[in-house]
Design a protein around this ligand. Structure first.
Ligand code: DC
Length: 224
């Protein structure tokens, strides 16, 4: 399908600043933002609420399929809703983050969420952020970025966020979480996190967020 406005894929590891950058880029371009990690987080939260272990692939796969079938996950202007409840804060805890990484390795979970993501982006004029947008969900995306930064930089950002929220994890624990999540996300058999061949590599540690967004917006406008 020829789109009048492009699909922009932003992939990269946890804590690279994808959410902030994707939000600002979507605003700058007037595009819709789809945070695909939130979908995996909703599956993890639903599994937790159902008492299912994150690594029980068959059960979590069923839960994901049922969520999609009944349209339980909804992106609203004011946040993310699961079964009629605003779960925007509940899906951002460290436990659900690690759970999302674990549930996202199950093929049935990925299959359940794939059509939703393709449906959300197919008309273009959209920024999708995740791990496999440029490689699996939209390999034909017109513009792809791979946003990353060294693990230590990502961990210290994440640590600052958690401390600002009132949590008190140690920096060492936060770094260990980042390293473990990288290993899970890059090491899984299905749709592992990796840079697409045609993605532009952006290291967010060397520029401030507004400079990163400005250079990405310029790259997208060149294609429009
Ligand atoms: O971007 P995030 O931290 O909200 O994502 C949470 C987890 O979901 C991440 O550790 C891996 C998984 N994920 C994925 O496998 N594929 C995506 N497109 C997005 C997220």
């Amino acid at each position: 399908m020829k789109r009048t406005r492009p699909i922009v894929a932003i992939d990269g590891p946890a804590g690279a600043g994808k959410s902030t950058v994707a939000r600002s880029l979507a605003d700058a371009l007037g595009f819709v933002l789809v945070d695909t990690g939130a979908l995996y987080r909703c599956v993890a939260l639903a599994a937790k609420q159902a008492g299912a272990a994150y690594d029980d692939g068959a059960r979590v796969g069923q839960i994901a399929g049922a969520l999609v079938a009944r349209g339980a996950i909804r992106f609203a202007a004011d946040g993310i809703w699961l079964d009629g409840r605003d779960v925007s804060a509940d899906i951002r805890t460290p436990d659900v983050a690690m759970g999302a990484s674990t549930v996202s390795a199950h093929p049935d979970v990925r299959a359940a969420l794939l059509d939703m993501q393709r449906h959300a982006g197919r008309e273009g004029g959209v920024v999708l952020e995740g791990r496999d947008i440029g490689t699996v969900v939209f390999p034909e995306a017109e513009v792809k970025f791979f946003l990353t930064a060294p693990a230590e930089v990502r961990a210290s950002r994440r640590h600052e966020e958690l401390v600002a929220k009132g949590d008190a994890p140690s920096y060492a624990d936060t770094l260990a979480d980042v390293v473990r999540r990288d290993a899970q996300d890059m090491g899984r058999a299905v749709a592992p996190l990796k840079q697409a061949d045609d993605a532009v590599l952006v290291d967010s540690s060397s520029m401030d967020a507004s400079a990163v967004v400005a250079s990405m917006a310029a790259a997208v406008r060149e294609r429009m």
